[in-house]
Design a protein around this ligand. Sequence first.
Ligand code: PRX
Length: 638
Amino acid sequence: MPFSFQIRSLDEYTHVYEQSIREPETFWDSIAANFSWRKTWDKVLEWNFREPNIKWFLNGKLNITENCIDRHLKDKADQPALIWEPNNPSEDHRVITYSELYFKVNQFANVLRNNGVKKGDRVCVYMGMVPELPIAILACARIGAIHSVIFGGFSANSITDRLQDAQVEYIITCDGAYRGAKDIPLKNIIDDALVSCPFVKKVIVLQRTGTAVSMIKGRDVWWADEIEIVEQMGNPVFVAEEMDAEDVLFILYTSGSTGKPKGVVHTCGGYMVYATYSFVNVFQYQPGDIFFCTADIGWITGHSYIIYGPLCAGATSLMFEGIPTWPDAGRFWDIIDKHKVNSFYTAPTAIRSLMANGLEPLKDKDLSTLKVLGTVGEPINEEAWHWYDEHIGKKHCPIVDTWWQTETGGIMISNLAGVTPSKPAHATLPLPGIQPVLVDEKGNEIEGNGVSGNLCIKFPWPSIIRTTYGDHERCRLNYFAAYPNLYFTGDGCLRDEDGNYRITGRVDDVLNVSGHRIGTAEVENAINMHTGVVESAVVGYPHDLKGQGIYAYVIFDNTLHDPDLTRKDIAATVSRIIGPIARPDKIQFVNGLPKTRSGKIMRRILRKIAEGETTNLGDTTTLLDPIVVNEIKEGKIN
Ligand code: PRX
């Protein structure tokens, strides 16, 4: 059965969009009616961006897992909900039908309850891409516990920060995770993180890699043993907890321009409605299609478009444990052929790295089941867009370039596959209900087409960030204080002559490295931890594969004996403090940093030098010591 809210033509899009802006509450009221609620809402929306205070579907009661699973049992019990492709192609894949998912989520919700987890408790999930990861997440949602998934590439120190911030008492992890040829010792990393987290009561450990782990008496339990206990209880059904639409569903940490990641909070009702609405419309999902999103569930893309959006829509969602280049650069294409994938959603950085491997890995690949392609996470360059269109989509699959953020919960600006026109390297048009505006530095709206400015959104949508966990003021300052009555995205943007949006990248001190968001201040803090480092400044520079690379300028004390080794030491320090994803690509030792008379580092100059600009550095007259700029230019690392 197709979805009643699926837009089928450009005319319909224009009409629906117009209605959604004219009468947003009536519009979202009718969309939300397509879901299963224990009790319908009294009021659709209450909001102001001043505090901010945003509430959707007030007093509506639901449990998102009843929408993701229970309501599909009537006519989709035997349809695959999840298909899991292992890291190693010689291992068997797994298919989990909706009825099996129901059974497993109920079972694991019982495990959580047996271990003391209750509604409102925070549960950290730090696992590899195994089917038990969505099962654990859905079990948290069923019990009403707040999940906080941490990407497997973060270090013990980063985990500690997040556990402390959310006062997490329960952890679900694996002994290890396979990623290509690597085996990441997740439980050991958790153990290091827990040294400073005595408030953690229980750690549930799934065995995946057979890596040796130390299990601490009274705190650590094996997943399999806990399942056995539930089996002995006769696998009782776990009645889903009734949640208010505005109860917290999850926290997901993301980097901003300050030194500390913030816990973005999403709530049950609005997030469910928007993740599903955007999934069905952007990808034009048809019942029976197989949807393959290559993101890691540790990021928002995996939350919204591997788990919640597809499952609420009753789709079949394929998840992959490994990496695109192992055992060879044809792995994605093999998976598409093996499982007859219809929609494929990945990041520009993956496309660029596969493109760099040439066409050999595409030989003998069929790819004829593909209908829709998508990209997310960073601007896609035209060359990569055309390669994707020609060699993967064979020029007959629409490409959706989806712009959105952890804070937006779902896709905000994108073409709708085959319904609204695409334009290479452009996210194109806003989804219904989304009101983008461009503003200048002073916050004046820039009207008309063929203009550029800072991208803001002027009206709430159901999955907008509600707060940053434990610090509402931080949420206000970060997103709602720059421009009155607007949500500020942190992105720069162009609007072309036809009204299509093209996101140009961050305008704040946030880098986008291989689609991963990293704050420059976080990297600087980590570099500064290294003994001997006096001060540092981090900027991004264009990188062929990663989109942006990390360039660090470091002032070291005067006993720098072996610069190459010290560079490696500094990189290792960053890996330890944040994680391997934040390792600087280039480290230049300098004697001073360009500063204004008030002591502020002039990053604009450092950015230009890192980008290879030598002459046009802009206004340098306010510099305290103009000589350092020449020194820095001369010592640039290529
Ligand atoms: O700069 C934009 C970029 O990624 C940022 C959001 O990062 P994150 O919260 O980690 O979420 C990534 C996945 C949704 C944005 O502020 N970005 C995301 N999608 C695009 C993009 N830049 C250009 N085009 C996109 N399609």
